[in-house]
Design a protein around this ligand. Structure first.
Ligand code: DAH
Length: 320
């Protein structure tokens, strides 16, 4: 079990070591936080798979903070936590079954994860969905039926041979999975907003204790929601400088770096194309809300002014 691996990793570890193709979107500066040209804040705990395998680890969990540039809403935050699991099967273990090695490993993986889901969620309906990850083949996502909808809780699959070979494991097979911890906790406890994990409000933290997970999540007390502070909506409209270059993630990053955790959502509410000038105008609605206190008009107006200014200087937009 590893929970203290450094979150700054090389692009090789984050992407190449797990076979992420050169043209994959996750490599772009729009999706991943680059520290230098060849180091990043890891965007997944899979970044550690290869080096741990190389160190001779055959069965491990990695928990850690991961970072992604993304849009802003109640279920997305630029830093969250993942748990990665890997299990290697030796030639001997693989030969103890009639099944083809890959089928055997898939079966082991699925029954282990179904057991985990049952432990966490109780008797829930599960379904396996075929998926794509560069590092596994076949790849699957596990979905659970919760509060009336199918929710993706993890990705997993049979590890690509090329990764194992890179760690000098040629006769072995392995499975791997990765799950988002906040997402799991939000579902388990009915936590409505991912920013609550970052609040200092005791009405949140007092409801959780170390070890309370042990008996299985479905027996646990739900989070008792306290009333939220009121939101404050501000719209900003602007002409795009260069339509092909503008990205919503860039916009969100600017709003986030100006307003921090006070921003709850950034949402495109109107788009207008002027056929004469071939210019595009966007209107975004920013929802400000604190998890801890009431915001004043004055404070939000000042913030909004800073956001507007930053949009002009950093993105080169023209405010309307
Ligand atoms: N790294 C994937 C992600 O961040 C999750 C994942 C999927 C991890 C499949 C795995 C895996 O180890 O086998 O979305």
């Amino acid at each position: 079990m590893f929970d203290d691996l450094h979150p700054i990793v090389s692009t090789h570890e984050n992407f190449d070591s797990v076979l992420v193709p050169q043209d994959h979107v996750s490599r772009s500066k729009n999706d991943t936080y680059y520290v230098t040209e060849d180091t990043v804040l890891r965007c997944h705990t899979s970044a550690h798979q290869l080096s741990l395998l190389k160190q001779g680890e055959k069965k491990f969990l990695v928990t850690g903070d991961v970072y992604r540039r993304d849009t802003i809403d109640a279920t997305h935050f630029p830093v969250f936590h993942q748990m990665e699991g890997v299990r290697v099967f030796t030639k001997c273990e693989l030969s103890s079954t009639e099944l083809a090695p890959q089928d055997f490993v898939s079966q082991e993986l699925k029954s282990m994860l179904e057991g985990l889901a049952k432990h966490l969620f109780g008797e829930v309906e599960l379904r396996w969905v075929d998926a794509y990850f560069p590092f596994t083949d076949p790849s699957y996502e596990l979905e659970i039926f919760f509060n009336g909808e199918w929710l993706e809780v993890l990705g997993c699959g049979v590890m690509q041979k090329q990764i194992l070979n890179g760690a000098s494991l040629v006769d072995e097979e392995a499975w791997a999975f990765g799950l988002g911890l906040e997402r799991l906790a939000m579902v388990l406890f009915d936590i409505p907003d991912i920013r609550l994990f970052w609040t200092n409000d005791e009405r949140f933290s007092k409801q959780f204790k170390a070890g309370m997970f042990r008996s299985g999540g479905h027996n646990m007390q739900k989070f008792k929601s306290y009333s939220k502070y009121p939101p404050c909506y501000k719209d900003v409209s602007f002409w795009l400088p260069n339509v092909s270059k503008f990205t919503e993630n860039d916009l969100c990053e600017i709003v986030r770096s100006t307003a921090g955790n006070l921003v709850e959502e950034v949402k495109l509410i109107d788009e207008f194309h002027n056929p004469k000038t071939n210019q595009v105008s966007n209107c975004y609605r920013i929802t400000y809300r604190s998890m801890d206190r009431s915001l004043t008009d004055e404070e939000i107006n000042t913030l909004q002014d800073c956001v507007r200014e930053a949009l002009v200087t950093s993105l080169g937009v023209t405010l309307r």
